[in-house]
Design a binder for this molecule. Structure first.
Ligand SMILES: *[C@@H]1O[C@H](CO)[C@@H](O)[C@H](O)[C@H]1NC(C)=O
Ligand SMILES: *[C@@H]1O[C@H](CO)[C@@H](O)[C@H](O)[C@H]1NC(C)=O
Ligand SMILES: *[C@@H]1O[C@H](CO)[C@@H](O)[C@H](O)[C@H]1NC(C)=O
Ligand SMILES: *[C@@H]1O[C@H](CO)[C@@H](O)[C@H](O)[C@H]1NC(C)=O
Ligand SMILES: *[C@@H]1O[C@H](CO)[C@@H](O)[C@H](O)[C@H]1NC(C)=O
Ligand SMILES: *[C@@H]1O[C@H](CO)[C@@H](O)[C@H](O)[C@H]1NC(C)=O
Ligand SMILES: *[C@@H]1O[C@H](CO)[C@@H](O)[C@H](O)[C@H]1NC(C)=O
Length: 759
C-alpha cells in the first residue's frame, strides 16, 4: 500500500457530529424512532414490518427509512406534537432526534483538495491475495467508480451470499466494486420521500473524495504509478486487494445524517457484507441513544465486523468516540516517511518540515520573513482570509500558525492561498505546542514548509531578534526511514471512554497520517503540472486508519472464515506491536511514550494477527449481560431490538466482559484489603497441544497483579480455558497505572494491555 504523509489536520476528512436543535412547534424534524411488538412478534416479510411502522405515522410520505435488520424502528419526519402523540402509542419505545455528521473537507472545495504525498510502506510481505472471498461495506461519501483502484480485472465474482445491488448505470460495477447505493435522505424529493419503496436508485457518486479514498485504502486494486504532484511514486494497493467492495453513500457533500447511516448499516448487513468500515465519529452519548452503537450491535449479532474511527479530537483525554465494545475503535499514527521541505534561515540554522508541493526554488535567494501575527489583530497569526490586510507581505515568506480559528474553517491550504493572494513568496506553517512533532505534507499552492513546534520556536525567536530576518524554503522530495515511527498523532482521540470506562478504548492504532489513496481528481495548485494517469491524494485522520483496519479484518476473515467479529478483533489486538520500528516504546506527538489511552493494544501487526494462537471470543449474548450491568431493561431492549428482561439475565460488570484488554477502576469506597478480580476465557486457535505461561508487565509498585492459573494447557483445537486476574492496589494513588498480561508459548505471545485507574 502506498501511503503518503499528509499534513493537515483541519483539511482532512474528518467527520464532526453536531446535534441539530429540536425545534418546538409544527416544524418537521427527522427522528429515529424505536418500536417494539408485543411478545417479540416475527414479521412474515419486510412489507408487513413496514406496514406496522407506517401505522405509527400520522400520514403517508413521512417515512424516511424503514429498518429491518439492525434496528427495530424507522426514521420519519415528524412535528413535536406528532411525536408526543406517537409516544403514547403501544409499541413505541423511544425517539432520538437525528444527528448530523459533518464532513470537514467539504468546506474547502476551492482549495483543490488536500494532498501530499509520501510513500508509505504497507505490509509488503503479505500475499497479494489478501482478503479473497470477503466483502467490505464502506459507508462514506460514495465512490468515484472509474478509478483503476476499483477495476474488476482478475477478480472472481462475489460469493454467492451477496444480495446487494449497484445503482450506477450501465456496467460501472464489476467484481471489485460489487455494490453501490445511496441513502442520503436530504437528496430525496418530498414527493418520493421514502427509501422503503425500493425504487430509490440514485448513483452514489463521490463529490468529495473521502469515500473514494477510504474504499481504495481498504480494498483497492493494485495500481502502478501512483503519485501526488509527482511525489510518492509507486504502486498503490488496498490492504485487502482481493476483497470485494460495496459502497453505501450515507454522506452528502456537507454532512451525514445518523438516520441515513443506520439505513446504510441495515442494507450492508442484509446484502451480505462481512466487514463494515465507517470513518465517522460523533458525540459521546449512552449507547441506547446512539444510532451507531445500536446499528453496529445488530451487525455484529449477524457476524459482521465493524471498524470505526476513534475520532480526531485528540490529544485531550476522554475524547474517544465509537466506544461500544462490539466496535473495533481505531486510533491513528504516523508512518516512517516525510516529503521534505526545509526552512533555512539567514543565520544558517535549518529546519526540516513537509510539503507535497515541491516547486523548484533557488538556493541562493533569501526572502524577508514576516510573522502574520505581528499586526496584533485577533487570530491574524492563523492567516485566515483577511488577516493579512494592511500588512506588506509582498515577496516575503509569511509565518502562519496552525489552527482553524473560531469558525473552524481556516484550513492549512487556505492559509497558503491567503498568503499567495497577498503577494507572499512562501509560507512557513508552524505548530503550536499541542501538535508537537507532527507535520503534514500537503498540496500547498505556494512554496511552503510545515514545521514542528520546536522548529517553530527557534524560527520565531530568530524573526523576533534579527534586524532583517530572512530565509528560504528548499525541497528534498520523499524521504523514508523517518524516526520515530509509528508514533501516535496529536489529533487521534484518547481514552478513557466516558460511556464505559471498564472497556479500554481506543482498541488499536494504524496508519492515519499522510495516507495516499485514490481520489477523483488531481489536487494541488492550478499552476502545477498536469500529471497523467489515475489521480491520488494524501490525507490524514482516523478516517484513514479505519479502512486500514477494515482491510486487515477482511484479510483475517478470509483466512479464518468461521471466526466471529470478536475473535478477529482479539487477534488484531493481542498481536499488536507495542514498540516502534527502532524497538522503543511507541511515542506520542510530544515524543514521550504514548499511554494505553492513546495506543490501545498497540500498532496493528497484520501478519501476526492472522495467527494469534489464542483468542478472547465474545458471544453476542455476553454483550446483553454487559449492557444489563449498565442500563435498564428498557434501554437494553432498544439496543437488542427485542424485549430484554435484565432481571432474568446474569448481568456482568464491564470489566468482566471477555474483552482482549483489561480496564479496572478502584472507587474511593473500595475495601483496600481486597483485590478486583477479572475473569477471562481464551480459546486455542493455534497448535495442539500447546502450553502458555502467564507473564505480568507492571512496573509500578502501587499495585500487585496476579494471574491464576499461571499455566494454560490446550490439548484440542478450539479448546477454551479460563483464568482470573487479581489486581491488589497498595494505596489509593489517585493516578492511572498501566501494564500488560502476556500469555507466552514457545512460539507466540498473546498480550492484553491492563489499565488501572483510581477514581
Ligand atoms: C449514466 O449516468 C451518467 C451520470 O450519472 C450519465 O451521464 C449517463 O448518460 C448515464 N448513462 C446511461 C447509459 O444511462
Ligand atoms: C419539502 O417540503 C418542505 C415543506 O413544504 C420544504 O420546506 C422543503 O424545501 C422541501 N424539500 C425538498 C427537498 O423539496
Ligand atoms: C483540550 O484541553 C485544553 C486544556 O485543558 C482545553 O483548553 C481545550 O479547550 C480542550 N479542547 C477541547 C476540544 O475540549
Ligand atoms: C469561515 O466562517 C466564517 C463565519 O461563518 C465566514 O465569515 C468565513 O467566510 C468562512 N471562511 C471560509 C474560508 O469559509
Ligand atoms: C477571501 O475572501 C474574498 C471575499 O469573500 C474572496 O473573494 C477571496 O477569494 C478569498 N481569498 C481566498 C484566498 O480564499
Ligand atoms: C433509558 O434510561 C433512561 C435513564 O435511566 C430513561 O430516562 C429512559 O427513558 C430509558 N429508556 C429509553 C428507551 O431510552
Ligand atoms: C475488607 O475486606 C477484608 C478481607 O475480605 C475484610 O476482612 C474486612 O472486613 C473488609 N473491610 C470492610 C470495611 O468491609
Amino acid at each position: 500500500m502506498e501511503i503518503f504523509k499528509l499534513s493537515a489536520l483541519c483539511l482532512f476528512p474528518f467527520l464532526l457530529l453536531s446535534a441539530i436543535a429540536v425545534v418546538a412547534g409544527d416544524e418537521l424534524t427527522t427522528y429515529v424512532v424505536h418500536v417494539q411488538t408485543q411478545e417479540n412478534h416475527v414479521f412474515a416479510n419486510a412489507d408487513d414490518r413496514k406496514d406496522w411502522y407506517k401505522s405509527f405515522l400520522p400520514e403517508d410520505g413521512r417515512l424516511v427509512h424503514a429498518y429491518h435488520h439492525v434496528a427495530s424502528g424507522f426514521a420519519a419526519r415528524l412535528t413535536r406534537r406528532e411525536l408526543d402523540e406517537m409516544s403514547a402509542m403501544p409499541g413505541f419505545v423511544s425517539a432520538i432526534p437525528d444527528q448530523m455528521y459533518e464532513l470537514q473537507t467539504t468546506h474547502t472545495p476551492l482549495f483543490l483538495g488536500l494532498n501530499n504525498a509520501e510513500q508509505g510502506q504497507g505490509w509488503r510481505s503479505l500475499s497479494s491475495d489478501r482478503g479473497a472471498g470477503v466483502i467490505i461495506g464502506v459507508l462514506d461519501t460514495g465512490v468515484f467508480p472509474d478509478h483503476p483502484s476499483f477495476s474488476g480485472d482478475g477478480m472472481p465474482p462475489p460469493p454467492a451470499k451477496w444480495k446487494g445491488r449497484c445503482d450506477f448505470n450501465g456496467s460501472v460495477c464489476n467484481n471489485k466494486l460489487i455494490g453501490a447505493r445511496s441513502f442520503v435522505s436530504s437528496s430525496m424529493s418530498n414527493a418520493t420521500n421514502s427509501f422503503s419503496s425500493n425504487d430509490w436508485r440514485v448513483p452514489p457518486v463521490d463529490d468529495v473524495g473521502h469515500g473514494t479514498h477510504t474504499a481504495s485504502t481498504a480494498a483497492g486494486a493494485v495500481v502502478p504509478g501512483a503519485q501526488v504532484l509527482g511525489q510518492g511514486m509507486g504502486d498503490a494497493t488496498g490492504i485487502a486487494p482481493r476483497s470485494h467492495v460495496a459502497v453505501y453513500k450515507v454522506c452528502g457533500e456537507e454532512d451525514c445524517a445518523g438516520a441515513d447511516i443506520l439505513a446504510g448499516i441495515d442494507a450492508a448487513v442484509a446484502d451480505g457484507c462481512d466487514v463494515i468500515s465507517m470513518s465517522l465519529a460523533g458525540p459521546s452519548v449512552p449507547f441506547y441513544q446512539d444510532s451507531m452503537a445500536i446499528g453496529t450491535f445488530g451487525a455484529i449479532e449477524k457476524g459482521v465486523l465493524v471498524s470505526m474511527a476513534a475520532g480526531n479530537s485528540g490529544p485531550n483525554a476522554s475524547s474517544v468516540a465509537n466506544v461500544a465494545p462490539w466496535i473495533l475503535t481505531v486510533a491513528a499514527s504516523t508512518m516512517d516517511r516525510a516529503i521534505r521541505s526545509t526552512v533555512r534561515l539567514g543565520n544558517g540554522l535549518f529546519f526540516h518540515g513537509e510539503s507535497v508541493y515541491q516547486p523548484t526554488t533557488s538556493r541562493s535567494t533569501y526572502y524577508p520573513l514576516v510573522y502574520a501575527g505581528a499586526s496584533g489583530k485577533p487570530f491574524a497569526e492563523l492567516c485566515g482570509n483577511g488577516s493579512l490586510d494592511g500588512m506588506d507581505v509582498r515577496g516575503k515568506i509569511v509565518l502562519c500558525v496552525l489552527g482553524s480559528g473560531p469558525d473552524r474553517n481556516i484550513t492549512r491550504v487556505l492559509k497558503g492561498a491567503v498568503v499567495k493572494s497577498a503577494g507572499g513568496a512562501g509560507m512557513i506553517l508552524m505548530n503550536t505546542f499541542a501538535q508537537g512533532y507532527n507535520t503534514f505534507a500537503e498540496a500547498h499552492v505556494l512554496p511552503a514548509s510545515h514545521v514542528n513546534y520546536a522548529a517553530a520556536e527557534d524560527i520565531m525567536s530568530y524573526v523576533k531578534s534579527a534586524e532583517n530576518p530572512v530565509g528560504q524554503i528548499l525541497f528534498f522530495g520523499t524521504r523514508l526511514g523517518m524516526s520515530p515511527a509509528p508514533s501516535i498523532v496529536f489529533f487521534s482521540s484518547r481514552g478513557p471512554s466516558l460511556q464505559n470506562p471498564g472497556i479500554l478504548k481506543p482498541d488499536v492504532t494504524g496508519p492515519g497520517v499522510n495516507v495516499l489513496a485514490a481520489w477523483p481528481f488531481q489536487v494541488g495548485p492550478p499552476s502545477a503540472s498536469v500529471y497523467p494517469g489515475p489521480t491520488f491524494n494524501v490525507i490524514s485522520g482516523t478516517s484513514m486508519s479505519t479502512p486500514h483496519l477494515s482491510g486487515i479484518a477482511a484479510f483475517i476473515k478470509s483466512v479464518h472464515p468461521d471466526w466471529s467479529p470478536a475473535a478477529i478483533k482479539s487477534a488484531i489486538m493481542t498481536t499488536a506491536d507495542v514498540t516502534d520500528r527502532a524497538g522503543n516504546p511507541i511515542l506520542d506527538e510530544q515524543r514521550v511514550p504514548a499511554d494505553l489511552f492513546a495506543t490501545g493494544a498497540g500498532h496493528v501487526n497484520p501478519e501476526r494477527a492472522a495467527d494469534p494462537g489464542l483468542v478472547y471470543d465474545i458471544d453476542p449474548s455476553d454483550y446483553v449481560a454487559y449492557l444489563c450491568g449498565m442500563y435498564s431493561s428498557q434501554n437494553v431492549s432498544v439496543i437488542a431490538r427485542r424485549r430484554v428482561d435484565c432481571s432474568a439475565v446474569t448481568a456482568i460488570p464491564e470489566s468482566m466482559l471477555n474483552y482482549p484488554s483489561i480496564s479496572v477502576t478502584f472507587q474511593q469506597t473500595w475495601n483496600w484489603s481486597t483485590p478486583i478480580i477479572v475473569e477471562r476465557t481464551v480459546k486455542n486457535v493455534g497448535e495442539v497441544p500447546s502450553a502458555y505461561y502467564a507473564a505480568i508487565d507492571m512496573l509500578d509498585d502501587d499495585v500487585i497483579v496476579g494471574v491464576y492459573p499461571r499455566e494454560l494447557v490446550f490439548t484440542e483445537a478450539n479448546q477454551e480455558q479460563s483464568f482470573k486476574v487479581f489486581v491488589w492496589p497498595r494505596q489509593n494513588g489517585g493516578k492511572v497505572l498501566q501494564g500488560a498480561l502476556r500469555w507466552v508459548s514457545e512460539t507466540r505471545t498473546v498480550r492484553s494491555p491492563i489499565a488501572i485507574s483510581f477514581a
